[in-house]
Design a binder for this molecule. Structure first.
Ligand SMILES: [Zn+2]
Length: 178
């Protein structure tokens, strides 16, 4: 509890140069982040599934917190790396070669057959308001191929001109690795 109070006092002190920072820790155990994340609508949040603290910004932006800003200690080890397979350089290269000549929907289906999944609204992109232009959101259909790689799904984004964008996304380690 003490560090929480200290942070609160710090905020109320006009002459910050008189405040000594707390000594720096290796592992955060000061609980300031924990308390903050339990406040409703606080910008610091806790992701239970990923085991990580993050700062929210904008509508869906996330900045991951690696070190506690209050005691300098490391935050808990993220589970992020355990959730998805990581593409090796060799597999990324293989998939790039496999897909390098397909740039339209017809070419994709000609090369790989029908996709395993079709999402009519699979990719949504929002451009913020800027220079007097309103915020715009575009959505694109996405086709997903799950059998082109053991460790990645291949996502094909279909643009209105019938051109496609291709990305490789690590498969989940536990659930949908098949
Ligand atoms: Zn801390």
């Amino acid at each position: 509890m003490r560090p929480v109070r200290r942070a609160a006092e710090l905020g109320s002190l006009g002459r910050i140069e008189h405040v000594m920072p707390p000594s720096r820790k290796d592992i955060c155990d000061c609980s300031v982040l924990e308390h903050a994340s339990k406040e409703p609508d606080h910008t610091i949040r806790w992701d239970e599934r990923l085991n990580e603290y993050y700062i929210v910004h904008g509508k869906s932006g996330r900045l991951m917190v690696y070190y506690c800003p209050f005691c300098g200690g490391s935050t808990p080890k993220s589970r992020r790396s355990l959730l998805f397979h990581t593409l090796t350089d060799a597999e990324r290269q293989r998939l790039c070669n496999l897909t390098k000549d397909v740039r339209t929907v017809q070419e994709v289906i000609g090369a790989f057959g029908e996709p395993d999944i079709r999402h009519p609204v699979g990719w949504v992109s929002t451009t913020p308001e800027r220079d007097g232009k309103p915020e715009t959101t575009k959505s694109y259909p996405v086709m997903i191929y799950k059998k082109l790689s053991d460790i990645a799904d291949v996502h094909i984004t279909i643009y209105p001109t019938d051109r496609v964008g291709i990305r490789f996304q690590g498969k989940g380690v536990t659930n949908n690795a098949a």
